[in-house]
Design a protein around this ligand. Structure first.
Ligand SMILES: *[C@@H]1O[C@H](CO)[C@@H](O)[C@H](O)[C@H]1NC(C)=O
Ligand SMILES: *[C@@H]1O[C@H](CO)[C@@H](O)[C@H](O)[C@H]1NC(C)=O
Ligand SMILES: *[C@@H]1O[C@H](CO)[C@@H](O)[C@H](O)[C@H]1NC(C)=O
Ligand SMILES: *[C@@H]1O[C@H](CO)[C@@H](O)[C@H](O)[C@H]1NC(C)=O
Ligand SMILES: *[C@@H]1O[C@H](CO)[C@@H](O)[C@H](O)[C@H]1NC(C)=O
Ligand SMILES: *[C@@H]1O[C@H](CO)[C@@H](O)[C@H](O)[C@H]1NC(C)=O
Length: 485
């Protein structure tokens, strides 16, 4: 009896072992930046994790490749139920990327999101091979690679009508099996398609979902500051996938620059999920993710083009606030009521449709004001404190730069002081309260908010008073964001 049990037990363990593999059946990860996850990412070539946690696949160096894969293999095949009927399991991935061309008129080459049998891509070439394949193995069915390519250059093999700015689905080859110019379908407007420029320098979100039972692949791409689109860019049945996917696959990114052109390719955050039945990778929010660092270039020209790119990136920290200039004109009644003027431009009073009173700062059209605008919007969008003026929104259209913030009834501190000649104890107490409030606001900027902010222009003109004489620090045109150590 004991022997029989022992034999049964042996049999049972052997059969269980035969069914299980070394790969875990569920893989789930969420990387909001990669700082804390260095050990979980395998980097090769030019790829690196920068000090602020951003994953940089390539920098502006010419003719390089970079790859970054999740360190463990992912189980993507279901063979348990029936070994002759192989099913690719459902999975999903979500990530934010930024591409910044090193020459604003000519970046390259692009990057891919890849399923690969190896956690790197040995022998892969730069240029149109995107760090994924090379001229000898391109198209070989033994590659077992599936890639979604984000291509920013019109390749030498591509038809004349093929745009550089496209997404392709690639099976073992860089010649896309299927490709689409990049657009998203406006959430609000049934008939509107908006172009997405992969090299805009703005964070762009990609959501890839594969449904095993129906073999449908859905890919949604959209810039951050809009609602999720009405429908995916690509929804396509991909039966080929079962010929590609092996029991153990690695998931990750590849990227390449060219011999004459290059871009910074960044991944800001990445989530992935598969457990066989669902495809719900965690959603990422841009406000939780690191952004590319500024000041990459050496020459002045390079710096200003980097700054232009960084501008768009920083502005998108404020999610969902876009005003078109025509709208600004409407709610200021064509700029009828001036409440302040300065070297920077003019401040008008406005009324929003929801009844809120706002101050509308229209910056003068000049080069340096572009930078003040970045500083101001980027700083104010990170703050929320009773002693800091509240940013309501901004408008960035053509050469127009407008910042909209809460309207404060009692003007600025210098006006308050110069119109008040009282020397009563009550007056001194008021001033003392105001000074304390300003100090609280500054303490918050230095120690309390997510990014440390140095204002660099504290003076009575830049302290506004609400109707209870509560002071609010404003005018962040010279402010600097500093990384916290
Ligand atoms: C590009 O890089 C590859 C691989 O490192 C090298 O073989 C090739 O000569 C390079 N091409 C140029 C033009 O530098
Ligand atoms: C396995 O799949 C094949 C078709 O792929 C089917 O004919 C067969 O009945 C299946 N067997 C089982 C046990 O499900
Ligand atoms: C293969 O198996 C899946 C479930 O695992 C089933 O939905 C599908 O119909 C099967 N296909 C064939 C051809 O048997
Ligand atoms: C940028 O690219 C354009 C177009 O290819 C080229 O004419 C120009 O020389 C490049 N500038 C730099 C600084 O590389
Ligand atoms: C503050 O503003 C309110 C509303 O405009 C006004 O009634 C009040 O007199 C002002 N107080 C001071 C001290 O300026
Ligand atoms: C001057 O300050 C006193 C004390 O806070 C206040 O009651 C009064 O309204 C102020 N006068 C003006 C003109 O702002």
């Amino acid at each position: 009896m004991v022997t029989l049990l022992f034999v049964l037990f042996q049999f049972w363990t052997v059969s269980v072992r035969a069914q299980s593999t070394s790969t875990e059946t569920t893989t789930e990860f969420v990387f909001r930046g990669f700082k804390e996850h260095k050990s979980e990412i395998r980097l090769d070539g030019a790829a690196t994790i920068e000090p602020n946690g951003i994953l940089r696949l390539t920098d502006q160096k010419l003719n390089v490749t970079g790859t970054a894969f999740y360190h463990k293999p992912v189980r993507l095949l279901d063979t348990q139920r029936n070994s002759t009927n192989v099913t690719v399991r459902s999975f999903s991935a979500s990530f934010f990327f930024v591409i910044i061309p090193s020459n604003s008129s000519n970046g390259g080459f692009g990057f891919t999101f890849t399923l690969s049998p190896t956690p790197n891509r040995p022998g892969a070439e730069s240029e149109q091979y995107l760090g994924l394949l090379n001229r000898w193995n391109d198209g070989n069915i033994k590659n077992h690679v599936f890639a979604v390519e984000f291509d920013t250059v019109q390749g030498f093999r591509d038809g004349a009508d093929r745009t550089g700015n496209h997404i392709g689905l690639n099976f073992n080859s860089l010649a896309s099996n299927f490709q689409e110019p990049v657009v998203y379908y406006d959430f609000n407007d049934r008939d509107r398609k908006e172009d997405v420029h992969l090299q805009s320098g703005e964070p762009i979100q990609a959501i890839l979902e594969y449904d095993g039972p129906t073999q449908m692949l859905h890919l949604t791409i959209y810039p951050n500051a809009v609602f999720a689109p009405r429908k995916p860019l690509i929804s396509k049945k991909v039966p080929h996938l079962s010929e590609i996917v092996q029991e153990e696959m690695y998931v990750g990114f590849t990227a390449a620059t060219g011999i004459y052109q290059s871009s910074f390719h960044y991944v800001l955050g990445w989530s992935f999920f598969t457990d066989g039945d669902h495809f719900a990778a965690a959603r990422l929010h841009i406000s939780d993710l690191p952004l590319p660092q500024l000041n990459k270039g050496s020459s002045d020209n390079q710096e200003s083009s980097d700054k232009d790119q960084a501008l768009a990136t920083k502005l998108l920290i404020v999610v969902g606030l876009i005003y078109r200039y025509a709208e600004v004109k409407r709610f200021t009644k064509s700029f009828a009521c001036v409440v302040g003027r300065g070297g920077f431009g003019t401040v008008y009073k406005g009324n929003l449709p929801d009844g809120r009173k706002v101050a509308v700062k229209v910056l003068k059209d000049s080069k340096s004001n572009g930078e003040d605008f970045i500083n101001e919007v980027a700083s104010m969008s990170q703050t929320s404190h009773v002693n800091i003026v509240n940013l309501v929104g901004f408008c960035y259209e053509g050469s127009k730069r407008v910042i909209v913030y809460e309207f404060l009834e009692n003007g600025s501190l210098d006006q308050f002081i110069s119109t008040n000649t009282s020397s009563s104890a009550e007056w001194r107490r008021r001033l003392y309260e105001i000074a304390l409030g300003v100090a609280r606001g500054l303490e918050y900027l230095h120690y309390g908010c997510k990014t440390r902010i140095v204002h660099f222009d504290i003076k009575p003109q830049n302290v506004l008073l609400d109707d209870n004489l509560c002071p609010k620090v404003s005018d962040f045109g010279l402010a600097k964001l500093c990384e916290k150590k």
